[in-house]
Design a protein around this ligand. Structure first.
Ligand SMILES: Cc1cc2nc3c(=O)[nH]c(=O)nc-3n(C[C@H](O)[C@H](O)[C@H](O)COP(=O)(O)O)c2cc1C
Length: 330
């Protein structure tokens, strides 16, 4: 198993600290795993310029998926991600959401790496004598996320974890765990005597919150262990052990209201019904709706229908049935 750690925070920052704890625990759980940790802050990842070159390569049938911008560090990083069997992404919260560098990567790793799109194109390549796609594009990837914020309150890390899910989305990685680490230091006022004048003044100092630090350490260790333990398992055998969240699929807490009791999970794109029991609220999703989530393989298959790609693929229905049957292993 190849485990890749991606740190989007500072080289000696808190994201890297907890990423290292998770990776070390994974290595302790199975010393035979291959591990690499990358400080992405040292890399240059330009933004996507929307040229469509990657999709044209995919649909051309003769090339592997790449990027027209070959003069920065995106392509080597893309290969590292594809080659990995499991990935831990650790990012600081910047202005309520993960660092912008992740979005630059995600956009360039976007539509052309859509798992369903790649599977259909690969079938077409087989039928028309094209070049088979890199098997790393079609294999299963496990991923876990660490979001690190400075704030003590949840409402200052609002999109930290939910937007990290975007990293998993296009190639349909299986999300195993998420850790929402924040506010590890608490500001307290303290009286201090000036050693020269003897005057007493009130100063504000930051003290480590030992309880939160212990919890964060345990969560990171748990994440590292679980990635190793779940490697090779079927999706249905991988239990969710992180915070449950309101959405039963992505386990995030954001919901889009549109004026009725029908709410939409903005990450999964699925609709549920708001239920209230006194002050307790839940959102009920039908099994059918949960299957539609774009975080699930069956959900991304459906997206191909929405794109009208039946016209492009001669054996669309046959292939979609074949792919649906692969859900537990994707
Ligand atoms: C530009 C910027 C914006 C930030 N915005 C937030 C924020 O909205 N919420 C929060 O909790 N912390 C915020 N922080 C604090 C960082 O999340 C925190 O310092 C984190 O530990 C940095 O990660 P690192 O140590 O891995 O580099 C911000 C920091 C920077 C530099």
């Amino acid at each position: 198993m190849k485990l890749l750690g991606l740190n989007f925070g500072r080289v000696k920052g808190t994201s890297r600290q907890y990423l290292d704890i998770a990776v070390e625990e994974a290595k302790k759980t199975d010393p035979s795993i291959e591990v690499e940790v990358i400080d992405c802050i040292k890399l240059k990842i330009n933004r996507c310029i929307g040229c469509g070159y990657c999709s044209r390569q995919l649909m051309g049938g003769q090339d592997q998926i790449s990027c027209v911008q070959a003069d920065d560090d995106y392509i080597p990083l893309m290969h590292k991600v594809l080659e990995a069997d499991a990935i831990i992404v650790a990012s600081p919260v910047y202005v309520l959401a993960p660092s912008g560098q992740i979005k630059n990567f995600v956009d360039r790793f976007g539509p052309a790496h859509d798992k369903a799109f790649m599977l259909f194109e690969n079938e077409l390549r087989k039928e028309t004598g094209g070049v088979p796609l890199d098997p790393n594009c079609l294999k299963k990837h496990l991923v876990s996320f660490i979001s690190v914020g400075g704030a003590r309150t949840d409402h200052w890390v609002s999109f930290g974890l939910s937007q990290l899910d975007l990293f998993a989305m296009s190639i349909n990685m299986k999300v195993v765990d998420k850790a929402n680490i924040h506010g590890l230091f608490e500001a307290r006022e303290q009286e201090e005597k000036d050693p020269d004048t003897g005057a007493v003044k009130t100063v504000r100092k930051y003290f480590p919150d030992e309880e939160r630090i212990a919890k964060a350490t345990e969560e990171a260790k748990h994440m590292g262990r679980r990635l190793v333990e779940n490697y090779g398992k079927k999706n249905s055998e991988i239990a969710w052990e992180s915070a449950p969240g309101i959405c039963p699929v992505c386990h995030n807490n954001e919901m889009t209201f549109s004026g009725t009791d029908t709410l939409c999970c903005p990450v999964c794109g699925i609709y549920g019904t708001l239920k209230m029991d006194g002050h307790r609220t839940t959102v009920e999703f039908t099994e059918e709706e949960m299957q539609r989530s774009r975080m699930r393989f069956v959900g991304v298959l459906e997206h191909q229908i929405e794109h009208g790609r039946q016209v492009r693929y001669p054996h669309f229905e046959e292939n979609i049935e074949k792919f649906r049957a692969m859900e537990d292993d994707m």
